[in-house]
Design a protein around this ligand. Structure first.
Ligand code: ADP
Ligand code: MG
Length: 863
């Protein structure tokens, strides 16, 4: 539409119109406002122009922040057509690699990355009067981050900067509180009832077929357009093919709607048409763009969600069931202009099991790019950044650690290299690759690799094809780098239009998008400083290493047999200790070291979908470490010396070496001994257990002595001292335990033990007989009856607190009687014992009166 001088046609009324005066009043008075209204109410199209026309921004700009490229374009287009101006004049937009703005532009719709770049060069946003955060309920990491940054800018020098936070499903009180109790304006919008229908059972048909059969049913039920929610472009194309072949297809316009469409194609999907429309959309149509005239929604219940996988340190797009809140938004799209109907392709019973809300990105994605932004910010302090919702500190630390490894940061401060990385609209890892290439040679292949790794894959994978685990590995030469193979494939496409490749069929459309991205990246980096100093392939592989130093893995088995499926050849161990396994899609089968470029959670071990070989000579020598260590051999039960060479913590080589310091060996041995205590204690060394039992008894009965408890924890605590000079568990069993135990006691304590828990007891025969101390119960004195004639009472130890238990022995040394009451033994049982034994051992002395008889240490001989 071109602008003419007459007044534009009056705008169609929208529900939001009624709330605009209140919004403007609050904005003028408090500078910050939260606006909540359902999708389709008119927030996006009406609020920015209303602010502009009210004049409260003076001659400053209004910036509208959109999480999605598609919505940014559509919004700018819609606003300018409503105002009868040309896109790019009064109203413009800017998204990655695409800009329609001019000097006159007053309302600029930006995606988050663009505002980020702008803040980096112009942190105080001199020309901006108001920032509108649209779709804040999506809670993208970038919008959380930007809201925090804008708050810091307001707090420092720009308290005049106005902020409007708009959302469809917002927890308004939370964000209002965050914005110093900003007023909340609510607009109800128009709503018509939407009938919800669930599938009766879990449908196991392919998604496209479910869509086809539901569409055929739905078009009979009701007039109006259809909106089908699908998780991604692949599913949209699949459903489109089926629908276009259906008998009813002539009466319908079938329109895909997703982020990568051109502005033209996108408008086509949104425009009112003469035939009924079936729009096949990703979740862009959930709240951020409005398709008019929809009365039927078909919801697959799925979305692709970027999620951080802790075990792999990577974000990945996962196909996930949407939350109940999202499902309600989708259903609501059917009831905007008339009563509607929503078909949910899942049974009602399973609806409850879905999450109530979506998890904000800050809780689930890689924070490295965001952390780098903060480190480059006017207040580069991670600890004080005013997060709307702070991330877990563990994820922040991981992000910092990655940035330090790729030299973007050093001790939590951004480096010069880090600042250069920020100028590239790609993940810091990929930016590092580009900058490495600029330093050492030709940029082009590395830029292709960066584009490949930042965009979605341009290869169409046959179902169960190279992505599946069941396809046979291609019988082909081993490759040095899967990434290199793909870069060369793209080059072959560019040069000769080739599209058949072993890893799939190249989609020409996606390939062209990719080449565009590559060229745009190339434009952002200055020409290489020194070309061709390194062979091209090597440069790419080394650049990958520079971007993924935390992902280097060592193959478990490198002597590769011809049968390349051999398990050990495809398995490896990655920096950080995680086990990885090469997927069949990877051909990197012979390099000892490789970078796990595309990595995926597996059951236990991570699956490497793309790898890139690494030569040892390329490893940063600063991270190489050679150490002599002691390790415990589980079979020999012995500590052994090893020389270990590792890189970034990843073990590269190990060889025999002399044992390290005695202390270190003792410490390892002590630790292992605790794990195998039963093999260690009681030791073989003389008298240890006895001494331990004696001490333990006194520690219990005579607390005044303040003896150590001599229990298992105490004995384990002295292990390092006992183990000094030992190398094996066997050595430990023969170690000088007694000496170490006594060293832990004072002289007085040692004396007290000898006195109160003596090793031996003197009996009337003159012999000193060993006491048997026990773990439980009293100590035992086993003594022949003849030796204790004249001993009237049971002996006691521990200052008289502990009577001993007498095992009275017959001449054959068998126990004839057990007693702890000698007095009553003599008085009663002795007579019986005597009667019995005298007959069998007549040579021995069996006096009638044991009280006065002389004790004998040997049987009396008849002369
Ligand atoms: P909200 O931001 O509150 O979800 P929008 O501003 O996106 O609402 O949409 C308000 C209304 O403007 C919609 O109900 C629709 O009628 C109309 N509209 C918005 N964009 C377009 C478009 N590209 N083509 C036709 N109508 C549109
Ligand atoms: Mg909107």
């Amino acid at each position: 539409m071109t602008r003419d001088d007459s007044t534009p046609p009056p705008l169609a009324p929208l529900p939001i119109d009624a709330a605009l005066p209140e919004l403007l009043t609050h904005l003028k008075a408090s500078r910050r406002v939260v606006l909540v209204a359902p999708p389709g109410a008119g927030k996006t199209t009406r609020v920015p122009p209303a602010i502009l026309d009210s004049g409260i921004c003076g001659d400053k700009q209004i910036v509208v922040l959109q999480p999605r490229r598609l919505a940014a374009r559509a919004t700018a287009e819609r606003m300018s057509s409503e105002r009868g101006s040309r896109l790019g004049e009064e109203i413009g937009y800017q998204v990655r690699f695409e800009s329609r703005v001019s000097k006159q532009t007053r309302i600029e719709v930006l995606t988050e990355g663009i505002l980020q770049r702008r803040l980096a060069s112009d942190p105080f946003l001199e020309r901006v009067g108001c920032i509108v955060f649209d779709e804040f309920h999506e809670r993208s990491l970038a919008s959380d981050l930007l809201l925090g940054m804008v708050e810091q800018v307001r707090a420092s020098v720009r308290d005049d900067l106005m902020v409007v936070v708009m959302s469809a499903t917002l927890d308004a009180s939370g964000v209002s509180k965050y914005l110093a109790d900003a007023p909340v304006v609510v607009s109800e919008g128009r709503k018509f009832p939407v009938e919800i229908r669930y599938d009766s059972d879990l449908n196991r048909q392919p998604l496209a077929e479910q869509v086809l059969s539901t569409v055929s049913r739905a078009i009979e039920q009701r007039d109006g357009d259809l909106l089908v929610f699908l998780p991604g472009v692949g599913e949209i194309r699949g459903a489109q093919r089926l629908l276009e072949n259906a008998s009813f297809s002539r009466d319908f316009a079938i329109q895909p709607l997703y982020g990568d469409l051109s502005l033209e194609e996108q408008q086509q999907a949104l425009r009112k048409q003469s035939r009924r429309k079936i729009v096949l959309a990703t979740n862009v149509a959930e709240t951020s763009v409005t398709v008019d005239g929809v009365t039927i929604v078909i919801d697959s219940g799925l979305a692709r969600v970027s999620r951080y996988h802790e075990s792999t340190g990577l974000d990945r797009l996962d196909l996930e069931p949407i939350s109940r809140a999202s499902a309600d938004q989708r259903a609501g799209r059917a009831g905007r202009t008339a009563p509607g109907i929503c078909y949910r392709l899942w049974p009602e019973a399973m609806h409850r099991a879905r999450a109530a809300f979506n998890t904000p990105e800050v809780q689930r994605v890689d924070l490295a790019p965001a952390v780098l932004e903060i480190l480059a910010w006017i207040e580069p302090d991670l600890a004080t950044f005013p997060w709307y919702e702070p991330p877990a500190s563990g994820t922040l630390d991981r992000a910092v650690s990655l940035l330090e490894q790729i030299h973007a940061a050093d001790e939590r401060s951004i480096t010069e290299l880090g600042r250069q990385m920020l100028r590239l609209p790609i993940h810091p890892r990929l930016a590092r690759m580009m900058l490495y290439a600029r330093e050492h040679g030709d940029l082009l292949p590395v830029a292709t690799a960066a584009a490949l790794l930042s965009e979605r894959s341009p290869w169409n994978h046959a179902p169960g094809g190279t992505r599946g685990n069941f396809a046979p590995r291609r019988a082909r030469e081993h490759s040095e780098s899967d990434v290199l193979d793909r870069v060369q494939a793209i080059a072959a496409f560019e040069a000769r239009g080739e599209t058949h490749f072993p890893f799939g069929e190249l989609n020409p459309r996606s390939a062209k998008t990719l080449l565009r991205t590559r060229d745009q990246l190339l434009r952002l980096v200055d020409a290489p400083r020194n070309t061709s100093s390194m062979p091209e392939d090597e440069l790419l592989q080394r650049a990958i290493l520079a971007g993924f130093p935390d992902r280097v893995a060592k193959r478990r088995e490198t002597k590769l047999a011809p049968e390349y499926a051999r398990d050990d050849a495809v398995r490896g161990l990655m920096v950080g200790g995680r086990g990885v396994k090469l997927d069949r899609s990877s051909q990197v089968l012979s390099e000892e070291l490789f970078v796990c470029v595309e990595l995926d959670m597996g059951q236990g071990e991570a699956i490497v979908r793309q790898a890139s070989g690494v030569k040892r000579a390329w490893l940063d020598p600063q991270l190489l470490e050679t150490k002599r260590v002691a390790v415990f051999d589980d079979e020999l039960l012995r500590v052994q010396g090893r020389k270990r060479t590792s890189w970034n913590g990843l073990l590269l080589d190990e060889s025999q070496a002399a044992l390290p310091e005695e202390d270190e060996v003792a410490e390892i041995l002590a630790k292992e001994a605790i794990a195998r205590w039963d093999r260690v204690f009681p030791p073989e060394s003389e008298g240890v257990l006895d001494y331990v039992l004696r001490t333990r008894l006194l520690a219990r009965l005579m607390p005044k002595l303040e003896l150590p408890p001599m229990d298992v924890p105490y004995l384990q605590s002295i292990l390092p001292a006992v183990a000094r000079g030992c190398r094996s568990i066997d050595d430990l069993r023969r170690a000088p335990w007694l000496m170490v135990i006594k060293n832990g006691l004072s002289w007085d304590q040692q004396q007290a033990i000898e006195r109160e828990a003596p090793e031996r007891i003197k009996v009337p025969s003159g012999n000193a007989i060993r006491l048997e101390y026990q773990a439980d119960g009293p100590p035992i004195l086993a003594v022949r009856i003849q030796e204790i004639f004249g001993l009237l009472e049971t002996p006691k130890i521990a200052g008289g607190r502990q009577p001993i238990l007498l095992h009275l022995l017959a001449p054959n040394m068998r126990v004839a009687q057990v007693t702890d009451d000698l007095h009553s033994f003599w008085a009663s049982s002795y007579a019986l014992v005597r009667k019995d034994l005298r007959a069998r051992y007549p040579k021995h002395s069996w006096p009638e009166d044991p009280y006065t008889a002389v004790a004998q240490s040997r049987p009396a001989r008849k002369n």
